[in-house]
Design a protein around this ligand. Sequence first.
Ligand code: SF4
Length: 147
Amino acid sequence: MRLTKFTDLALRTVMRLAVAEQGEPLTTKEVAEAVAAPYTHTAKAVARLQHLGVLEARRGRGGGLELTGFGQRASVGWLVRALEGDEEVVACEGETPCPLRGACRLRGALRTAQQSFYAALDELTVQDLVASPTGPVLVGLTARPSG
Ligand code: SF4
């Protein structure tokens, strides 16, 4: 199973925000630079995460992005499901529907495998993802101006 680039970028954004100093919100530009992604793509991921209630964006001086309490505690499985949607891993009903789609054992097996994939991620929270060694690396990714 392969995640979309959008989902991966959203997860990288969440991970970077999860290790941000409390009270020192990062801007979308800082997150984009930290995770080596284009600003426009990162802004779309931020908007989606905001819509999901995972992060909040405060405007004005001292503003920026911060994970919500819900975002801090969210399971990775829930987050990936929310970002990926309900798509099956194969497009049985695509532009040219597969003739086997009504009675396909492979389709059923792939659905089961997909559920197992998500179930493994259900065991993890965002906080688990930023435990060492990942967290310290993430912290070092943004060079914030000093002074
Ligand atoms: S063979 Fe089965 S899994 Fe593959 S596209 Fe057809 S219905 Fe879907």
